[in-house]
Design a protein around this ligand. Structure first.
Ligand code: MOS
Length: 717
């Protein structure tokens, strides 16, 4: 049965037995190191690699002069320009040369000796400065750029209160513990990549097409990925470089991004500027919502942070207009980062709702209840399942919200101003087709195979639980093999989609295996089977017990396998996850550093397969939300066109001292529409709604309304 199972990969990870991409050894392993552009836009006018080539151990130095030619990659999102193909630079940090050496130290030394002359070109890195170049975007994978329902002007005209405000969120970087890394081996005409990725099939598609290799000559493996948060979802130049140079030189080659390079060699969460109009009647009924979003993209490609997506569905309202515009700047392409879209977007909407509540003198939770959406207000579709009202009620109960005094600054403890705030969390449910295979061996072992990834969310733990539930055996009897393009195909591990998508396929495979066992044992595939160790109990009228070794010997087989798959079909429902987040902050009256004292969050996300890993996901999300609210910000020096703090000292992340007691709960729920197992997605939902709950609590404590993240001490002086 499913339940609170601890992470099965935990011991391997903490003892170092888990091997990551950059930890695979090969006798002929060489090391690659990137030379990156120090300027955001330029033409490279001269190249001198002679000094670098003289460093002992250096095997080769590649620039656009001598790098192998590549084809434009197809089949999966690629976030870079094709590396080393021309003399142009489009962002600071773009790879412009690569050194390959016998040892990493030699490669790093030679990197400093590569001489490149740049003729700088004018470059803008501030998206606000080029706002007038912003363009509507074509329908992206996350929905249309613009939507309109109802009559906005009429809704504003009939309102008693109209809030017009601008909100902004900062550029942020993913900073997983494992920086991106690729180990590429070219042997006998076959390219094998061990990659730190959230999508082995993405890497496979990009690399095989860029290198013009037949699909069956490329294999991508990722047994463990040390965090991703979106940074390893798209494919980036370093993966193509490692693959291209392994083929060029033969043998094995390792390329690991430095921490500084992880701020420029893959995407980041773009900063956003969001303009909100929120109109309401005196009774607190919303009559119009307008949400206009602006964010940067790169000069060479398009990524749209869909911050207004949440405003399309969050509240019942007769008139909702949303727009998204992107302005090109000279940076690497922005990319999804944990809770993309709704993460930055619900900050604006949920602070706006709090502002209107204050203006109307209505309790912020009560205002949300009065505008609760029973159906998706933009599409008109019913929600698959939605337990948000229960989230509000349970969250308020756990938090003690009923005792909240209305007036700001009224909850004082000595020198500490205490504030209580709350916000709604909404996140679109992403789903991908998936396939899986389940094989039962004569000794009772069940091996489930699916080519997905374990990025630290519990995939290795949960999938065996789901298969075991079908087969009736303990989860310890089942192991999952994953992270391999030779295994059944799945989507990438992103968009909180893995449990619902791959889990549905694993369940289907286990059901197919059960039917096959029933057929083999009794001739009737519909007979009920239950596996326990090497005992197979089959109930078909009478109950029969088989020993697997005897049954398989009689059948003349070593093992029995079956496949299953799942793909999203239902589209008559609006599929979202929901939550209610409550925050208590304390702000010192003299030195107003905002501190989070407690968070309570209750979620509606369909069936929860494993409450332990689910809680881990949500508490992780809450910590992300604390970072978004109070700490995380990548500052760009627009004169130099570069991020300033490319390290984990300058880029501030929450540490244990920043994280208070976190109280997480889920509403009991089964979603029959979203997946084959009743689940929607959970992980990213945890980072939605936290920052606005904290910002609203800061307002309640201090009376200061901060519309820009992160909230800094100087905002509260
Ligand atoms: Mo997530 S930003 O979809 O890894």
């Amino acid at each position: 049965m499913t339940g609170a199972r601890p992470r099965v990969d935990g011991p391997a990870k903490v003892t170092g037995a888990a091997r990551y991409a950059a930890e695979w050894r090969a006798a002929d392993l060489r090391h690659a190191a990137l030379v990156t552009s120090p300027v955001p836009a330029a033409t490279i006018t001269a190249v001198d690699t002679s000094a670098a080539e003289r460093v002992p151990g250096v095997v080769a130095v590649f620039t656009h002069h001598n790098a192998p030619r590549l084809r434009p990659p197809v089949g999966a999102p690629y976030g870079g320009r094709l590396p080393l193909q021309d003399n142009r630079v489009h962002y600071e940090g773009e790879p412009v040369a690569v050194v390959v050496a016998e040892r990493l130290e030699q490669a790093r030394e030679a990197v400093g000796l590569v001489r490149l002359d740049y003729a700088p070109l004018s470059a803008e890195t501030d998206f606000r400065a080029v706002a007038d170049t912003a363009v509507p975007t074509p329908p992206a994978r996350w929905g249309p750029a613009d939507t309109t329902v109802g009559d906005l002007a009429a809704g504003i005209a009939e309102a008693d209160v109209v809030l017009r405000a601008e909100y902004s969120t900062a550029a942020r970087h993913h900073s997983p513990i494992e920086t991106s890394a690729t180990q590429a081996e070219w042997r006998d005409g076959v390219l094998t990549l061990r990659d730190a990725t959230q999508g082995v099939f993405n890497v496979h598609a990009v690399v095989s097409s860029a290198l013009d290799l037949p699909a069956d000559r490329v294999r991508v493996l990722a047994e463990y990925t040390g965090g991703g948060f979106g940074s390893k979802g798209y494919v980036w130049p370093h993966q193509v470089i490692a693959a291209m140079l392994a083929r060029e030189l033969g043998g094995a080659l390792r390329l690991v991004l430095t921490r500084a390079q992880s701020f420029t060699s893959h995407g980041y969460q773009p900063p956003t500027r969001q303009r909100l109009v929120l109109a309401a009647t005196a009774e607190g009924r919303f009559t119009a919502i307008r949400h206009d979003s602006l964010s940067p993209t790169s000069t060479y490609g398009e990524y749209v942070e869909m911050t207004a997506n949440g405003s399309r569905v969050a509240y019942a309202c007769p008139a909702i207009t949303t727009t998204h515009r992107v302005a090109p700047v000279a940076t690497v392409l922005p990319t999804p980062m944990r809770a993309p879209h709704e993460g930055p977007g619900m900050f604006a909407l949920e602070v706006a709702v709090d502002e209107v509540a204050c203006e109307l003198g209505i309790d912020p939770l009560e205002l949300r209840l009065r505008n609760h959406a029973e159906v998706d207000p933009t599409s008109g579709k019913p929600f698959s399942t939605k337990g948000l009202l229960a989230c509000y009620a349970e969250g308020a109960r756990r938090f003690g919200w009923a005792d909240r005094p209305r007036a700001t600054g009224s909850l004082r403890e000595g020198d500490q101003l205490i504030g209580w705030g709350m916000a709604t969390a909404v996140m679109a449910t992403m789903r991908f087709p998936a396939a899986a295979r389940a094989r039962l061996h004569a000794d009772g072992r069940v091996v489930v195979e699916a080519g997905c990834q374990e990025i630290g969310t519990g995939t290795y733990t949960i999938m065996p639980q789901l298969a075991a539930e079908v087969l009736g055996c303990p989860p310890e009897q089942v192991v999952l093999r994953l992270g391999d393009t030779a295994l059944p195909r799945t989507g990438m591990t992103a968009g909180s989609s893995t449990t619902l998508s791959v889990g549905s396929a694993v369940t289907a495979a286990a059901e197919a295996l059960a039917a096959r066992l029933a057929l083999l044992a009794t001739g009737d595939p519909t007979a009920a089977v239950r596996l326990d160790g090497i005992e197979l109990t089959v109930k078909n009228g009478a109950v029969e017990v088989f020993r697997l070794d005897e049954l398989f010997a009689r059948l003349g087989v070593d093992s029995v396998a079956a496949g299953g798959s799942w793909e999203p079909r239902e589209n008559q429902r609006s599929m979202h996850t929901f939550g209610a987040v409550f925050a208590e902050v304390a702000v010192d009256v003299d030195l107003p550093v905002p501190r989070v004292r407690r968070l309570v969050a209750v979620y509606s996300a369909g069936r929860i397969v494993n409450p332990l890993t689910a809680r881990g996901q949500m508490t992780g999300g809450l910590v992300w939300g604390i970072g978004q609210a109070l700490l995380e910000k990548s500052t760009t020096d627009h004169r130099l066109g570069r991020f300033v703090d490319k390290n984990l000292a300058g880029y501030r992340l929450p540490v244990n001292a920043d994280v208070p007691d976190l109280d997480v709960a889920f509403v009991e729920e089964y979603d029959p529409h979203a997946s084959g197992i009743g689940a929607r997605g959970i992980g990213e939902l945890g980072s939605v709604g936290v920052a606005p709950a904290i910002a609203n609590a800061v307002h309640h404590a201090t009376g200061k309304r901060v519309r820009s993240l992160p909230i800094a001490l100087e905002d509260l002086l």
